[in-house]
Design a protein around this ligand. Structure first.
Ligand SMILES: [Zn+2]
Ligand SMILES: [Zn+2]
Length: 296
């Protein structure tokens, strides 16, 4: 008979979440499952579904609700940068039914999963999650998650092409804008928002003597972004000031924004960028002359 530790390993090998039938098919008797729960090696999530004790709370909620973690919640758990979202997004399979559990903050998706891989470890596939984000969270959230997936090389060209034909038609043009070099979700977000204003922005540009900068508008307006993960204050500030000082004699202007500014004070960020652009801070004199002479 499999002992509780064996049963836990078995559950891990099945993705950390398993139905009774999957576990018994691999040689675990019902009595052994009971013993594994008693020994603290397995948790019983609901009737017929077990998980390893370390399973995170979002997946537990989705399963307790009767489905699998989906949409932005699944993309976040898979390690993508996603926009802040409320609740736990849950995909209900076609044959599933919702269950009462507490606390329930679930945002439920009933889309068909025909032709898609079955959930693994209590989560939908990344393809399925991105498709749901496109339908549930809007263009901006989809773009940010898509660029994060591209940056992390998490979706193949084939999957990307399939995704393009699976999302709402109005979202398809975003695929042409999406790049695979965005260093953070903030970078994706700012590029998306400026593109909507008709402002082209290049990401992760190598500037001589300075190094890679997050974004450049035109020839010389650098936009640097500080993610919320940057906590090493004084050292980081010194490094940033030094980069700005190196960029200045080369004719670059630098704007810096942090996570709260981009996420919660976009008006301020947009006004700062548009102000610099209208003052010509993004163009060199030569660039301006060239554009003037080539303009029809
Ligand atoms: Zn959703
Ligand atoms: Zn729920």
């Amino acid at each position: 008979m499999l002992d509780p530790q064996d049963i836990q390993q078995l559950c891990v090998s099945l993705g950390g979440v398993a139905h009774t039938r999957e576990l018994t098919a691999k040689g675990a008797s019902r009595h052994a499952l009971h013993e594994a729960v008693r020994a603290g090696r397995l948790d019983r999530l609901r009737m017929g579904v077990y998980c390893v004790p370390s399973l995170d709370t979002a997946v537990r909620s989705a399963i307790a609700h009767g489905g699998a973690l989906g949409c932005a919640s699944a993309a976040q758990r898979a390690g993508l940068w996603v926009m802040p979202h409320d609740g736990v997004h849950v995909w209900m399979t076609a044959t599933g039914h919702e269950r009462v559990h507490s606390p329930c903050t679930c945002v439920v998706h009933w889309d068909e999963g025909v032709g898609l891989p079955a959930p693994h470890g209590g989560c939908v596939s990344l393809f399925h999650a991105l498709k749901q984000i496109a339908q549930c969270c809007g263009e901006e959230a989809f773009f940010v998650a898509l660029e994060s997936a591209l940056r992390q090389r998490r979706i193949s060209r084939t999957v990307l092409a399939r995704l393009k034909t699976s999302v709402p038609r109005e979202i398809a043009p975003l695929f042409a804008l999406a790049a695979d070099n965005a260093d953070s979700g903030l970078e994706s977000l700012i590029r998306y928002r400026l593109a909507r204003l008709g402002i082209a922005v290049a990401g992760q540009v190598e500037v001589p003597a300075v190094g890679a900068v997050d974004l450049i508008i035109g020839d010389r307006l650098i936009v640097e972004l500080d993610g919320k993960e940057n906590h090493d204050g004084a050292r980081k500030r010194h490094k940033d000031l030094r980069r700005d000082a190196l960029a200045a004699p080369l004719g670059f202007e630098v704007l810096r924004f942090d996570y709260p500014m981009v996420m919660f004070s976009w008006g301020l960020v947009e006004a700062a960028i548009l102000g610099k652009i209208s003052a010509g801070a993004h163009e060199t004199v030569a660039g301006r002359r060239m554009r003037a002479t080539t303009r029809p």
